[in-house]
Design a protein around this ligand. Structure first.
Ligand code: PMP
Length: 397
């Protein structure tokens, strides 16, 4: 039987990390993975998370099972974070929310639910999108196609193309949208563009699936959440996955959420019951630690303030790093990469070609994706000049 299993290609991003780890050059820099690193080049343990962890340890709780849909206090806390305390959808009890295994887990639960409800639907993802969107929805059984998003010619969004593709989609098509800090391009829609997209989604009866893995990394928690509020105000039914991997630096805890916003409390109850079946038949119920940490931070005013301040500092530091890289490149004669400072979130779509990205890796030990994506959140003042030198060198050759 197992002879039938063919060797699958290695995950392109994790494969890159393996190559980076095997590289013996001390000056090597890993800009491949999507994690935020501090000035010391290490993953931060956020102060509020550390304090929450201490409290939880002191409580010495037994390790009971959580409910299928997760920790109730966690669901309440993240719903407030995502939708805002005054959200009409929450007041009307027409949101079904479950705790998930990170953002990926939320996407998969949502994909499985959609597949069950609408097996023939097509899923549209942006071109380009986070690598795992295509794989995940394909594996869930969908045909996955793309809508136009990034235009390399203008180094920005092909908005007309995007609208045209959405207008051409069949009713019932699932449309995956990055709520903020688009991965991999770093280009987000503006407020009026979101309005126009929402109009087309409603007109064409498309099913929006918002993916919000970076709330707080664009302009702020509330500012980034404004897109979600727009969708609620539109009256559309939609799915929303969130991840706390980045915003709480809790990558390994696998903590996120899936919400489905519906017309009525009655529908929310039904959808929640279906989500629970998806979860029950996959992993039964989620783990406790990440939910306890996020809940403790969000519900304690001091810890919450500390977390918001630290997240704000991370956001501002990424912006400084972007600017530092642009300035560094300009001082080396490269003046056409200023767009890096305009992009949002952890990533920069550098516009470098595959050949240049390979040269960065092989000749300089600077690891980014072949698509040109670099994680600017992995830069620091110690490696920035080296990276600017390396980019200048591959641009010159
Ligand atoms: N969606 C997007 C757009 C992402 O960039 C990521 C993380 N790279 C995820 C979802 C998944 O998040 P998590 O690591 O919490 O599963």
């Amino acid at each position: 039987l197992f002879d039938r299993a063919e060797l699958a290609p290695a995950d392109p991003i994790l494969g890159l990390t393996e190559a980076y780890n095997a590289d013996t050059r001390p000056e090597k820099v890993n800009l491949g993975v999507g994690v935020y690193l501090g000035e010391d080049g290490k993953l931060p343990l956020m102060e509020a998370v550390r304090a929450a962890e201490e409290r939880i340890t002191q409580q010495r709780r037994a390790k009971a099972y959580l409910g299928i849909d997760g920790m109730p206090a966690y669901r309440d806390a993240v719903r407030e974070l995502i939708f805002g305390a005054d959200s009409s959808a929450l007041a009307d009890a027409r949101v079904a929310t479950v705790q998930s295994l990170g953002g990926t887990g939320a996407l998969k639960i949502g994909a499985d639910l959609l597949r069950q409800l609408s097996p023939e639907a097509t899923v549209l993802i942006s071109n380009p999108s986070w690598e795992n969107h295509r794989a995940l929805f394909t594996r869930a059984g969908f045909d996955v196609e793309t809508y136009r998003y990034y235009d390399a010619g203008i180094k920005g969004i092909d908005f007309d193309g995007m609208l045209e593709d959405l207008r051409a989609a069949e009713p019932g098509t699932v449309v995956v949208l990055h709520a903020c800090c688009h991965n991999p391009t770093g280009y987000d829609l503006g407020s009026e563009q979101w309005d126009a997209v929402i109009e087309v989604l409603a007109e064409r009866q498309l099913i929006p699936f918002l993916d919000m893995a970076y709330q707080g990394f664009g302009f702020g928690i509330e500012e980034d959440g404004a897109v979600v509020a727009k969708f609620v105000d539109s009256g559309l039914n939609f799915l929303l996955s969130t991840s706390y991997s980045k915003s709480f630096s809790l990558y390994g805890e696998r903590i996120g959420s899936l919400s489905v916003v519906l017309d009525s409390a009655e529908s929310a109850k039904k959808v929640l019951s279906q989500l629970k079946i998806v979860i029950r038949t996959n992993y039964s119920n989620p783990p406790t630690e990440g939910a306890a940490l996020v809940t403790t931070v969000l519900t304690d005013p001091d810890l919450r303030q500390s977390w918001e301040d630290e997240l704000g500092a991370m956001r501002e530091r990424i912006k400084d790093l972007r600017k530092g890289l642009v300035d560094g490149l300009a001082s080396r004669g490269i003046t056409d990469m200023g767009f890096i400072a305009e992009q949002l979130g952890m990533f920069s779509y550098s516009g470098l070609t595959k050949e240049q990205m390979v040269a960065l890796r092989t000749e300089h030990g600077v690891y980014g994706l072949d698509s040109g994506r670099m994680c600017v959140a992995a830069l620091n003042t110690g490696n920035l000049d080296y990276v600017a030198d390396a980019i200048a060198a591959v641009r010159a050759s």
